[in-house]
Design a protein. Structure first.
Length: 397
C-alpha cells in the first residue's frame, strides 16, 4: 500500500539536494568554524554561504540572520530578548488569540513575572484586525508579536498592515513565519517586521535548525551566553551541517515557490470543496482568500478528529487534527475556539497540508476514502442527530 503524506505543516521531508549539501559537512568539512586553521575555515565558509542564501530568500542582509535550533527558540529569543532589553521602558506586549504555543506559552511565562499581555481576538476566519492592534498600543507597549500564517487553519494575517501600525507607533514587531517562509513571499521590508522566526524542517530542510531575522538597529538581549557565537546573540558551537541544509533549502524555495504555490493551491481547493460536497454536515475553516496554498482544513460534525485520523492512517493517509505540537491533547483547538467555532464541533477538525510531492491521484484517493470513514464513524457516534445514548447500558439504541 502506497502511503500518502498530507501533514507537511507538521514537518517536511529533507529534500535530496539539501541532504547532498549537508553530507560533506559531516564527513569532510567537520571542523569547528571558530578555529582559524583550514578545517575551521572550511566549516566557516559553508556557514557564511548558508547565511547569504537565507538572507536572499528574506531579502535581508546576511548580518541580520541569526541561526537558532528551530522556530521555538527563535520565537523565545525574539520575545524574551525584547523583554529583557526593554523592561525599563515598558512591560506590555500585544499578541493574538491564535498564536503557536511557542509564542503564547512564552507570553504566559512573562505574565507570571509581572508583564501585561493583551491578547487580540480574531474574526471567524482567523484574521487579526490591524486597527485592533493600533487601539491596543499603549505608552508602555514594547512589542507586538503576531504570526504570519496560522498553522492549523492556514489563514495569512495582514502582517504588512500591522507592521505599518507598529512602525508608526515606534513599537517593535515580531512575526512567527514558520509556516510561510519558503511557501509564500516573506520579504522582510514588504512585511514591515523587525524580527521574523523560521524553522528549517518546514521548508524541506533538516530538523534542529532555524533562524531569527533581527533588523539592523533592533538590539535585543541574548538568552545564551558563552563563546559569543552568532555575533554574540546565540552562543554555542554552530550546527554547520544544519545551517548548510537550511541555506540550500532556502535556495530551492526561491526557485520553486511560485510554481508550487499555484499548483498546491489548486489541489487544496479541490480537496476542500470536494470533501465538503461529499460529506454532509462538514465545513471549511480559515480564510479562503488569505490562505496558505497548501493548507486544507475542515470540520466534520458529530465525530472526533482523532478517530478519523486513525482510520485515515490505516488507509495509508497521514493527516492531522490541528497543530502537531498538541495533537496528543484531548482539549479542543484554541485556534478554532478563538474563531468562534463551538467546542463540540472543534473536536472534529482535520488538517491536510500538501507538499511538493502531492499529486492529483493522492487528492482523489482522499476524496474517495474519507467520506466512507465518516459514514462508519457517524453510525457509531452518540452525538449524531437523532442518536439516543443509554447511559445505564453504555450503548446506543
Amino acid at each position: 500500500m502506497k502511503r500518502i503524506y498530507l501533514d507537511h505543516a507538521a514537518t517536511t521531508p529533507v529534500a535530496p539536494e539539501v541532504l547532498e549539501a549537508m553530507l560533506p559537512y559531516y564527513t569532510e568539512f567537520w571542523g569547528n568554524p571558530s578555529s582559524i586553521h583550514s578545517f575551521g575555515r572550511q566549516a566557516s565558509e559553508g556557514m557564511d554561504e548558508a547565511r547569504e542564501q537565507l538572507a536572499k530568500l528574506l531579502h535581508a542582509s546576511p548580518k541580520e540572520i541569526y541561526f537558532t535550533s528551530g522556530g521555538t527558540e527563535a520565537d523565545n529569543l525574539a520575545i524574551w530578548g525584547t523583554a529583557l532589553a526593554k523592561e525599563s521602558k515598558g512591560k506590555h506586549i500585544i499578541t493574538s488569540a491564535i498564536e503557536h504555543h511557542a509564542v503564547s506559552h512564552t507570553l504566559e511565562a512573562l505574565a507570571k513575572r509581572g508583564w501585561a499581555v493583551t491578547t487580540l481576538p480574531v474574526d471567524g476566519t482567523g484574521l487579526v484586525d490591524p486597527e485592533a492592534v493600533r487601539a491596543a498600543i499603549r505608552p508602555d507597549t514594547v512589542l507586538v508579536t503576531i504570526m504570519h500564517a496560522n498553522n492549523e487553519v492556514g489563514t495569512v494575517e495582514p502582517i504588512a498592515e500591522i507592521g505599518a501600525v507598529c512602525r508608526a507607533a515606534k513599537v517593535w514587531f515580531h512575526t512567527d513565519a514558520v509556516q510561510t517562509v519558503g511557501h509564500i513571499p516573506t520579504r522582510v521590508d514588504d512585511l514591515n517586521v523587525d524580527m521574523l522566526s523560521l524553522s528549517g524542517h518546514k521548508l524541506y530542510g533538516p530538523k534542529g535548525i532555524g533562524a531569527l531575522f533581527i533588523r539592523r538597529g533592533v538590539r535585543i538581549t541574548p538568552l545564551l551566553y558563552g563563546g559569543g557565537h552568532e555575533r554574540g546573540m546565540r552562543s554555542g558551537t554552530e550546527n554547520v551541517p544544519g545551517m548548510v541544509g537550511l541555506g540550500r533549502a532556502a535556495e530551492l524555495a526561491m526557485a520553486e515557490m511560485a510554481g508550487e504555490a499555484t499548483r498546491q493551491a489548486a489541489l487544496r481547493d479541490r480537496l476542500m470543496d470536494g470533501l465538503v460536497e461529499r460529506i454532509p454536515d462538514s465545513f471549511t475553516t480559515g480564510d479562503r482568500e488569505h490562505r496558505l496554498p497548501n493548507n486544507a482544513s475542515i470540520i466534520v460534525k458529530y465525530i472526533e478528529g482523532e478517530a478519523q485520523l486513525l482510520r485515515l492512517d490505516a488507509a495509508g493517509i497521514a493527516a492531522s487534527s490541528g497543530s502537531a505540537c498538541t495533537s496528543g491533547s484531548l482539549d479542543p483547538s484554541h485556534v478554532l475556539l478563538a474563531m468562534g467555532i463551538p467546542i463540540e464541533f472543534a473536536h472534529g477538525s482535520l488538517r491536510f497540508s500538501l507538499g511538493r510531492g502531492t499529486t492529483d491521484a493522492e487528492i482523489d484517493h482522499v476524496l474517495d476514502t474519507l467520506p466512507g470513514i465518516v459514514e462508519i464513524l457517524r453510525a457509531m457516534s452518540p452525538f449524531r442527530p437523532g442518536a439516543v445514548f443509554d447511559m445505564t447500558k453504555g450503548h446506543e439504541h
